[in-house]
Each structure stands twice: as C-alpha cells, then as structure tokens.
Design a binder for this molecule. Structure first.
Ligand SMILES: [Zn+2]
Length: 93
C-alpha cells in the first residue's frame, strides 16, 4: 500500500492580510482565529516574519520615546508619593 504524505493543512492567509493585521496583531487586538493564522503563517513565510519583526521594532522605538521623556517627572512624583505613603504618620491626615 502506497502512502501519500499530505502536507499539513495550513489555514490560508495571504501576505497582504498579514500586512493589514500586523498592527492589530502586535496590539493583541485580533481574534484567536486570526492570531493563530498569523502565528502559523509567519514561520513559513520569511517575508512576513521579517515584516512583522520590523514593525514590532519600530513600534517599540516609537512607543519608548514619550516614556523616556516623561519618565524623570513620573519617577520623581512616584518617589515622592511612595515616600509620603510609606511614612504613614500615626495621626490620620
Ligand atoms: Zn507571507
């Protein structure tokens, strides 16, 4: 009996869809089905994998910018707030 090896069935998703959904995918705003489709597609499509990685990197950099600017102020305020809280004067304020 001859056995025919069938390729694993992969949900069809075209590269254009990856491009369309990459932002939502990185934001985790896609449904489980879509996420699975993308997760399955990326390892078999070097182009899309690279694309998603690039977008992720750019988003990381862009997302880090405002934080870097605001961090010193936030840290200072947080530290003050923390100190005020952890001191806990015995008298109620
Ligand atoms: Zn692709």
């Amino acid at each position: 009996m001859a056995r025919e090896e069938r390729p694993a069935i992969v949900p069809e998703i075209i590269c254009q869809e990856i491009v369309q959904w990459v932002s939502a995918y990185l934001d985790d705003h896609v449904g489980e089905d879509r996420k699975h489709q993308i997760a399955v597609h990326l390892p078999i499509c070097a182009g899309c994998e690279t694309y998603v990685k690039q977008i992720a990197t750019v988003r990381d950099l862009v997302g880090a910018l405002p934080q870097t600017v605001e961090q010193p102020f936030d840290l200072h305020r947080l530290r003050q707030a923390f100190r005020a809280k952890s001191r806990r004067p015995s008298s109620s304020d």
